[in-house]
Design a protein around this ligand. Structure first.
Ligand code: GLC
Length: 560
């Protein structure tokens, strides 16, 4: 957050830290991170300087997709804690001035959810089945899926059920894993059910919601076949449907009904919306729907100054980073260090072909990820940091196949390595069997972390980095501290009343912009050193700067 925030909602310029709870900190030695682990690390998060945390799902779940298959939306997975523990986490976080955002998963539930189980035992056409998409199959004996839609996780988006009498029966739709049946959002009962869930968490003082697959809830009512494969994340019979506008307006009314004066203040909802072009985001950003949607411009753009500038302008032209927070990584995409080493191009959530620790190309990726962090944190609006980004953690490309848990790996027959490489439990200490991830113990022993940590993990640990002024962690801490104190950063003093950033003419391969009062950002994405723009003082640099030149893959914050 910036120093000057005249009555603006906190979320417009907040720095939010994404916690993937199973991989953050394990307080009871079972090898799985938990809520008490998060609570124990609040001092770390406070010193890092974040305004809020977003907790990815911690609800009861059979873990068909890392908890994004929810079997009870209003409880805590007993392996991770209890509802009372959640309340305690929220209350303790508040003492540090940290808000807690929870993940809402409205596109689908778990196949173990009681309402889906009830649908399985109810007849075709029953109200129970109308909560989901049950359809007869096509072809002889209904043996073919009802349409040709594909799952995001590979293979058909339909699974056939066995009817209670033992015969093969109808099929149900799942845009993701078979363990994640899609809800039928045209059914008012589904709307009502989720409104209760939203209130449940907001009543427990959650500061907001991150809305999973926010672009996917409504499907074309006829479930028509695709005539061609839509471009990735483009509007389609199942993405970016106009009906979402009305739904999110209703949710906004609920969010705004909470008292803004009391901590955590106005409540936000940030939609996970993957899109083809920034224009597709208009559906969500025009008018009073969801307060925010993520913008993935810095994830999808290549490491190229012209492309980055166009990507940034696309968001500034639509609504800005206050409505569309900036991110360079999350639990679904390969770590920035490896992604930017590979030039940033390609499918962001595949770790195939990425350089790994020990490869010389990774050095450029490390420099680029540091520069990208300074870029993200200098842009107007809000930013999200994914746990471990502040440590410069690399993607663990070399995870053994038998350790991989992501359903994309299994469903693709192993051709898609999946997203486990960015979910490896955090290293807190330089040594030790889990590098400090598991602290408490069960019978004096720690179970192994749920995903194996590589032997080099200790070099990236908090303990190794904390006293080193040249470390990733020190860079993030310094950047977040400056971001809080510098009046030009965050949303700036006047908010949207004034232009928030102005590009300066600069050499090719560079990005240079000013923010008022008195701030200049400069980055060199090219291969040769370039002169720094005129300035009074260097505030922060991603690499040492000495001779008035900006080295390749370096970014600086300057006082003008
Ligand atoms: C979102 C989540 C991802 C999950 C998917 C299905 O993209 O971020 O982790 O697999 O939705 O819920």
């Amino acid at each position: 957050m910036s120093a000057v925030s005249p009555n603006r909602p906190w979320w417009q310029e907040a720095v939010v830290y994404e916690v993937y709870p199973r991989s953050f900190a394990d307080s009871d030695g079972d090898g799985i991170g938990d809520l008490a682990g998060v609570q124990s690390r609040l001092p770390y998060l406070s010193e890092l300087g974040v305004d809020a945390i977003w907790m990815t799902p911690f609800y009861p779940s059979p873990l068909a997709d890392g908890g994004y298959d929810v079997s009870d939306y209003r409880d805590v997975d007993p392996r991770l804690g209890t509802l009372a523990g959640f309340d305690e986490l929220v209350a303790t976080a508040a003492e540090y001035g940290i808000r807690v955002i929870v993940d809402l998963v409205p596109n689908h539930c778990s196949a173990e959810h009681p309402l889906f189980r009830a649908a399985l035992t109810a007849p075709a056409g029953s109200p129970e089945r109308e909560m989901f998409f049950f359809r007869d199959g096509r072809g002889a004996g209904g043996g073919e899926p009802p349409n040709n839609w594909q799952s995001v996780f590979h293979g058909t988006a339909w699974t056939r059920v066995t009817e209670p009498d033992g015969r093969p029966g109808q099929w149900y739709l799942h845009l993701f894993d078979a363990g994640q049946p899609d809800w039928n959002w045209r059914n008012p009962a589904v709307r009502g059910y989720f409104e209760e869930i939203i209130r449940f968490w907001l009543d427990r003082r959650a500061a907001g919601l991150r809305v999973d697959v926010a672009h996917g809830l409504f499907k074309d009512p006829d479930l028509t076949d695709l005539t061609e494969v839509p471009a990735a994340h483009a509007p389609s019979p199942y993405y970016h449907r106009a009906e979402l506008r009305d739904l999110y307006q209703r949710w906004r009314v609920i969010l705004d009904s909470y008292e803004p004066g009391e901590f955590p203040g106005t409540r936000t909802a940030v939609g996970e919306v993957w899109y083809d072009t920034a224009e597709t985001l208009r559906l969500y950003l025009d008018g009073a729907g969801l307060p925010q949607v993520f913008n993935f411009q810095l994830v999808t753009a290549r490491w190229d100054a012209a492309e980055m500038r166009t990507a940034i302008d696309a968001i500034e032209g639509l609504a800005g980073g206050d409505r569309a927070p900036w991110v360079i990584g999350n639990h679904d995409v390969a770590r920035p260090v490896n992604r930017y080493a590979a030039g940033g191009a390609g499918a962001p959530n595949m770790s195939t072909g990425l350089p790994r620790v020990g490869d010389p190309e990774l050095r450029a990726g490390v420099r680029r990820a540091r520069a990208a962090a300074l870029l993200m944190l200098a842009l107007p609006g809000s930013a999200y940091i994914y746990q471990g980004e502040e440590l410069g953690l690399p993607e663990v490309v070399e995870l053994p196949d038998e350790a991989r848990q992501d359903p994309t790996f299994r469903r693709s027959g192993g051709t898609d390595p999946g997203r486990d490489g960015c979910r490896v439990p955090l290293p807190w200490t330089s040594t030790g069997s889990s590098f400090g991830f598991s602290t408490g113990s069960r019978d004096g022993e720690h179970a192994a972390p749920w995903l194996p940590q590589p032997s080099y993990w200790g070099h990236y640990s908090v303990a190794d980095q904390i006293g080193d002024p040249g470390s990733f962690l020190s860079l993030y801490r310094a950047a977040l501290k400056l971001r809080r104190s510098h009046p030009a950063l965050g949303l700036g003093p006047a908010g949207r009343a004034a232009p928030l950033m102005r590009w300066l003419d600069s050499a090719p391969d560079t990005l240079v912009f000013t923010r008022e009062p008195g701030f200049i950002f400069a980055a060199n994405l090219g291969e040769a050193p370039v002169p720094m723009p005129p300035h009074a003082r260097v505030l922060l640099a991603s690499e040492p700067v000495g001779d008035g030149k900006l080295a390749p893959d370096t970014a600086v914050w300057l006082a003008s």
